[in-house]
Design a protein around this ligand. Structure first.
Ligand SMILES: C[S@@+](CC[C@H](N)C(=O)[O-])C[C@H]1O[C@@H](n2cnc3c(N)ncnc32)[C@H](O)[C@@H]1O
Length: 251
């Protein structure tokens, strides 16, 4: 790290720390302006197609009210906004102002009528009424929320009965040669590229593999979604089983 001598020592976030929220917010604030570029590089250009698949799995019929929670720089928010048939309203919420700033700037540059608004929103205390949305989504966000079960319950609270929760997230690979290969990529390559490009003192891309490691696998996440009040929970794995899209319907 070339700047090591002039910077504070790297901050390590313990992904299982129940009080990690402030550190997570500070970490994303530090990498906000490079976040999109890093996503494209680290996913080898695949991440936007995963978001489009998540939109497809929401099975929009047109006219839906949609919340994209943990929206970050707004890529999934914009994918929902551009979906056909068109939703009637899409809003992005996130607790890191710097990520929301990039989302707003990007959205302005896309232009057009009825662009999505973005709002400060903590996934554990959403500033929305009960049953306000037809679809709630969260992409690569739930893993960062301090209490996954409480986060799921709060997302479900804002869904109307019959509404769908869509979760796009990394998922731990269980066994085999592919597990060894993905572990090598995620544990050794990702942190190096991430550190190099983001120059983050938070070691954001060291936190990434650690947080995936402690996140429930696809079946366990499905069970937690059911426990949070969702029916008909199903999931699809992508990218050789390293990414999953879960959908569940509110009872
Ligand atoms: C990895 S980024 C994902 C951004 C975006 N959804 C995407 O697809 O690229 C995770 C985002 O979750 C946000 N986040 C983490 N914990 C949160 C919480 N408790 N409430 C709201 N946002 C949160 C972070 O600020 C960050 O913008």
């Amino acid at each position: 790290m070339p700047e090591a001598s002039t910077q504070e020592p790297p901050v390590h976030i313990d992904p299982s720390d129940p009080h990690k929220g402030a550190q997570v917010r500070e970490m994303f604030a530090g990498i906000a302006d490079r976040y999109d570029a890093l996503n494209r590089v680290l996913s080898v250009g695949r991440d936007q197609s995963w978001r489009r698949k998540a939109v497809k799995m929401a099975k929009l019929k047109g006219g839906e009210r949609i919340l994209d929670c943990c929206c970050g720089t707004g890529d999934l928010t914009l994918a929902f906004w551009a979906a056909k048939p068109q939703p009637s309203f899409v809003v992005g919420g996130d607790f890191t102002p710097e990520m929301l700033h990039i989302a707003r700037r990007k959205t302005l540059s896309v232009g057009g009528p009825d662009m999505p608004p973005y709002t400060a929103a903590d996934a554990l205390h959403l500033p929305f009424r009960n049953a306000e949305f037809d679809v709630v989504s969260v992409a690569f966000g739930l893993r960062n929320v301090q209490d996954v079960n409480a986060g799921l319950r709060e997302l479900v609270r804002t869904l109307r009965p019959g509404g769908r929760l869509v979760i796009l997230e990394f998922t731990p690979v269980k066994r085999g040669l592919w597990r060894a290969l993905t572990n090598f990529y995620v544990n050794k390559i990702v942190p190096r590229i991430g550190q190099l490009v983001s120059r983050s003192r938070h070691q954001a891309y060291k936190y990434l593999p650690e947080s995936i490691g402690v996140f429930p696998d696809a079946s366990a996440l499905a069970a937690r979604m059911e426990a949070a009040g969702l029916n008909n929970v199903h999931f699809r794995k992508l990218n050789f089983g390293t990414v999953a899209i879960h959908v569940g319907t509110r009872e």
